[in-house]
Design a protein. Structure first.
Lengths: 160, 518
């Protein structure tokens, strides 16, 4: 990452921290604010949050790593989450997971080599009557077959 | 005359293409010069019919479904705006047997109204509970909830009114109402449906709770997997604030209640109330020791009501119609209605609000219609990932808290996940332990270490390594987790494991059922 990019992120992050730090229990809203804005929580942001909230860096680091949702590295251009909970398993989620890992050539928490897609597992999207379910960039898709998944992956790869 | 057309904004409807259908209807109507009023409502909960399109007619709302975008032009040709015949025509929505046989109290408005229209909410009996509450003392409100017999719908089934009474009696400069909207259990979606389909009912329920116990600040702790619910809640909250149903001096009553949505971050354990409070305070979601009870020392150390979404959303109807009227529904100590949720391998999946006491079999076959695959049902998991696997021999049990507890199962949040005869229960038992290991907060040893050891022991049983000894070991481990864990995650993960082992021993390679345990 260039230093210019870093400086740009830093100002954004500081803006988010300053806007939210007065809320009770501000750390979670701040972490969401940062990740919503730039896609992940950069390690350089930890001391900024610690300073603003009067916490140790270890405390902030501990919170970031406790929650599955937060990531500390830049994500791919698109996020593909596959539900692995029981209702989806009842109608073939495990096969869908195996298919996705094989065709994308990545495991969970990894990003395809072209930087297009980050693959994640999720436990329940609340779409259990129309399983198996996936979430594509925040949008739920139900009754997903391997063919439907392939079509979604293709369209994500061509989209920026 | 302008016809009102309804297409759901529920995320399951959207997952099946409701947004595209709504766009196609708008485009086609414009092309034909037809003036329509397109409302994005909640879902009626008949998910196999989504995207469901409804039109208002003098006889009532007429339904069509499941509608694909390519069906839309044909629907216009068939004069569907006036209830015309078409092969997707389903007749009057409320006469569809799946819907007609339900008792909709908490979900009375879901699928009927525009979720973010306060006027629509008011026109459908909304805020009548609050109007009554504003004329009552806190003590009288609490006693009305006690009378209703309402028990916590999140799963623990603790009497809601008793919890409120404790918070009411606590002396403090600040109290809180916290809504647990971290609906992480697989097979459950009733919280999501109500937040997306009728957010005002939750807001009203929390406002009444605040007035009852003297809390002026509320938080909705919402899981990050529910972005549509977050949008609907925030829109409804801002409308409620602008019309003085939230904030200072609510409707000129002198009462104050502020409400804010806070997003979780993908930790299942944060559905446990003390872990949720830690998370709201901006910390790791580590479970707290109890006592002190959150009712006395909860959020930021202050007296706090922590209730599930459905518990709080049931409050307005209780305050409107009276606790006595609510408790007329149900059986035994399970009073009122529960929104059951049918998911997994089921033909007619969806939401069924009914009084407690229906049998499992009625729910699975009369409503669910059996499996989607057409194969026999072998097992159902009731109550989420920590709930027991229930075999066919127990399907005649009534769905109430005590009946299920009597067979070491639990009703939990009312989710029922259906599996056909291709399911491998040893693998599902392994998954229960794997999930527990992944989601454990790590505070207590039985959960943190036991879950990982559980995966290993089940693997050895399945591989046939020293099987009889490993089965004894697994039962022993489950007992340790059941009695030694700090919260329900480690304390209940043995339920799916032991029920699988007891009812489906053949899947573990055990010829004879290995006797009863736990």
């Amino acid at each position: 990452m260039s230093s210019a990019q870093s400086a740009w992120d830093r100002n954004k992050v500081l803006g988010i921290i300053n806007a939210l730090k007065h809320k009770p229990g501000a750390l979670m809203p701040i972490l969401h604010g940062i990740q919503d804005e730039i896609g992940y929580v950069p390690e350089d942001a930890v001391p900024l949050m610690a300073e603003a909230l009067n916490l140790s860096r270890a405390e902030v680091h501990g919170v970031i790593t406790f929650y599955h949702h937060f990531r500390t590295t830049p994500p791919g251009r698109h996020k593909l989450e596959i539900c692995r909970a029981e209702a989806c398993q009842a109608v073939g989620a495990n096969q869908l997971v195996a298919h996705a890992k094989k065709t994308l050539g990545v495991d969970f928490h990894e990003t395809t080599s072209d930087g297009a897609i980050s693959l994640e597992q999720v436990f329940c999207l609340g779409n259990c009557a129309c399983s198996p379910s996936i979430m594509v960039d925040g949008e739920v898709v139900g009754e997903v077959t391997t063919e439907a998944l392939d079509a979604i992956v293709d369209s994500l790869r061509t989209r920026q | 005359m302008t016809v009102t057309v309804y297409v759901s904004r529920d995320s399951t409807a959207i997952s099946k293409g409701a947004d595209k259908v709504a766009r196609a209807i708008a485009v086609e109507a414009a092309r034909r010069g037809a003036t329509i009023n397109l409302v994005r409502n909640g879902s009626r909960g008949m998910f196999w019919l989504e995207p469901l399109v409804e039109v208002s007619t003098p006889e009532g709302r007429v339904a069509y479904g499941p509608v694909r975008p390519e069906d839309v032009a044909e629907l216009f040709e068939s004069n569907f705006l006036y209830g015309g015949q078409h092969h997707l025509h389903l007749g009057l929505t409320e006469a569809i047997p799946y819907f007609a046989r339900q008792t909709r109290l908490t979900f009375a408005r879901v699928g009927v109204t525009d979720p973010v229209s306060l006027d629509d909410y008011l026109a459908h009996d909304g805020y009548r509970g609050l109007a009554n509450a504003l004329r009552m003392t806190g003590k009288d409100i609490v006693e009305e909830v006690v009378t209703s017999g309402l028990r916590g719908r999140g799963g623990a089934a603790f009497p809601t009114g008793i919890k409120w009474r404790t918070v009411l009696g606590a002396q403090a400069d600040q109290k809180y109402i916290v809504c647990n909207a971290d609906e992480g259990d697989s097979g459950t979606f009733s919280d999501r449906m109500i937040m997306e389909g009728d957010p005002f009912v939750l807001i009203e329920g929390m406002t009444i709770a605040g007035i009852a116990v003297g809390a002026t600040q509320g938080y909705i702790y919402l899981r990050s997997e529910y972005p549509y619910a977050e949008a609907a809640l925030n829109e409804a909250i801002s409308v409620a604030v602008s019309r003085n149903y939230l904030g200072e001096d609510i409707l000129g009553s002198g009462k104050t209640f502020h409400l804010e949505v806070r997003r979780g971050a993908g930790a299942y354990v944060c559905g446990e109330e003390t872990s949720l409070l830690e998370s709201l305070e901006g910390k790791r979601g580590m479970v707290r020791f109890k006592p002190p009870l959150p009712a006395l020392e909860g959020l930021f150390g202050k007296p706090t009501v922590v209730n599930n979404v459905i518990s709080l959303a049931s409050i307005p109807v209780i305050l409107d119609k009276g606790g006595a009227s609510y408790q007329e529904y149900g059986v035994g100590r399970s009073r009122g209605t529960l929104p059951f949720q049918l998911g997994g391998n089921v033909k007619y999946g969806g939401l069924v609000e009914a009084a407690f006491g229906m049998t499992i079999r009625e729910l699975l076959y009369d409503f669910g219609g059996g499996t989607r695959s057409g194969r026999p049902i072998r097992a159902v998991q009731i109550g989420g990932p920590l709930g027991a696997y229930v075999p066919e021999s127990q399907f005649d049990l009534p769905l109430d808290y005590e009946a299920l507890a009597g067979v070491n199962a639990m009703l939990g949040h009312g989710g029922v996940v259906v599996f056909d005869d291709t399911v491998d229960l040893a693998q599902m038992a392994r998954f229960a332990m794997e999930f527990c290991a992944l989601e454990s907060c790590g505070k207590c040893t039985p959960c943190r270490i036991g879950s990982t050891r559980g995966v290993e022991v089940i693997d050895r049983i399945v591989e046939g390594q020293d099987r009889p000894k490993q089965v004894v070991l697994l039962r022993d481990l489950c007992n340790t987790m059941l009695s030694g864990s700090l919260c329900a995650l480690g304390g209940m993960a043995p339920y799916p494991v032991l029920s699988a082992l007891n009812h489906f021993p053949e899947d573990f390679g055990i010829a004879e059922p290995a006797g009863k345990a736990a």
